[in-house]
Design a protein around this ligand. Structure first.
Ligand code: ADP
Ligand SMILES: CCCC(=O)OP(=O)(O)O
Length: 357
């Protein structure tokens, strides 16, 4: 019997969809969402219909019937911190996702949409290695304010997937390597992995780390507090300044690195300065990620959509190759990793975990 697994990955700037037979890719689709498209919605939950229609249109175009599916699996959302693995989509998980209880990011829609399609198709729905996988070392949790504990919010699914894929190619195991992994997408997360755990990572969602196509990253806290007070900003506006309308979107009005490169090629000096500044902040975060292992880094891995840019990876390599060799694995392995996570459960190799609210 062949298992037909539908995989769904809603990112901040894209929706990726795939159909797998067991773990073999049959179709994948990557639908980009421009800043203009996303700006029509006040909240992530408001994007539900738009993203749902994107997915169902893809299914129709490929003649895929949900009734034929064996499982639907999504990149899971912002939930309570948890260990990695494949999780059943449950009522309590959906409740947390729908109410954005742990934050509002497009990947919250992943669990919600997977659940709907799974119910329609009469098959199980899962999420795998959600963005809240938490392996932080105790020292990495302190922020400098006792009432504010640092959180692990990152592209856990892709970090783990590319690390394992790369380790295999050099006949090593992921948990025997010290790696700095930089996922460079709409959001950017840079983690130090040692003994198979991401012991420190910038919170890619709540305002830590480099700036990215649509995130502000770390900004001067007091100046931001002054702005909030003087402009009497509400919480949705504050959140969108940090994620959604930060970074390249704030400076240049686009979340598309290819567009920024086109502007630079046409002589736009502001675009060039902002792009170089983003690369510089990424390089500084990579440098910081060498600290947990006292600089004993085996490889630095660059992944995510922006790692397709030769301009960016060349400049980053110039900045950080003094730390360790740089390996470039552009794009992401997330749809494949989702299919594999569901497949392990379907064949009984692993049990799906239950989400504890
Ligand atoms: N060939 C490319 N060169 C440069 N940037 C690219 C390329 N392909 C995609 N990107 C950029 O990658 C970013 C999206 O990365 P991705 O990992 O797909 O994001 P997300 O999953 O967060 O939506 C966008 O800024 C896009 O412009
Ligand atoms: C919420 C952390 C994961 C993340 O930032 O994903 P995108 O880069 O797809 O927005």
């Amino acid at each position: 019997m062949v298992y037909k697994i539908l995989t769904i990955n809603p990112g901040s700037t894209s929706t990726k969809i795939g159909l797998y037979h067991d773990t073999v890719e049959v179709f994948v689709g990557n639908i980009g969402h421009s800043t203009k498209d996303i700006a029509k919605f006040t909240t992530v939950i408001d994007q539900f219909e738009y993203r749902f229609e994107t997915i169902t249109a893809f299914l129709s175009s490929k003649n895929i019937k949900v009734s034929d599916l064996s499982a639907v699996v999504a990149r899971g959302g912002l939930l309570k911190p948890m260990v990695g693995g494949t999780y059943h989509i449950t009522a309590s998980m959906l409740d947390d996702l729908k109410h954005n209880r742990y934050g509002a990011h497009a990947c919250n829609l992943g669990g919600i949409i997977a659940d709907l399609l799974a119910k329609e198709g009469g098959c199980p729905g899962y999420i795998v290695d959600p963005a809240v996988v938490d392996e932080l070392a105790p020292v990495a949790r302190l922020s400098g304010r006792p009432e504010i504990t640092r959180k692990s919010i990152f592209h856990a699914l892709n970090h783990k997937a590319v690390a394992k894929r790369f380790a295999k190619t050099i006949n090593r195991s992921y948990d025997s390597l010290n790696l700095i992994i930089a996922h460079l997408g709409g959001g950017i997360s840079i983690a130090c992995h040692t003994f198979g755990e991401a012991v420190d990572v910038n919170n890619a969602f709540d305002g830590e780390g480099p700036f990215s196509p649509e995130r502000a990253g770390t900004i001067p806290a007091k100046q931001f507090a002054d702005k909030i007070i003087s402009e009497k900003l509400d919480i949705n506006t504050i959140a969108s300044l940090l994620a959604g309308n930060g970074g390249l979107v704030a400076y240049l009005g686009t979340n598309d690195v290819r567009e920024v490169e086109r502007r630079i090629a046409a002589g736009d000096k502001q675009a060039e300065l902002v792009y170089q500044a983003m690369i510089y902040t990424i390089a500084k975060s990579i440098g910081a990620a060498a600290i947990p292992v006292c600089g004993k880094v085996d490889y630095i891995m660059l992944t995510g959509g922006i790692a397709y840019s030769e301009q960016l990876t060349a400049k980053l390599t110039e900045y950080v190759s003094f730390i360790a060799p740089v390996v470039i694995l552009p794009g992401e392995n997330e749809l494949q990793a989702l299919a594999e996570g569901a497949y392990r459960v379907l064949i009984g190799e692993e049990s799906a975990k239950e989400y504890i609210q």
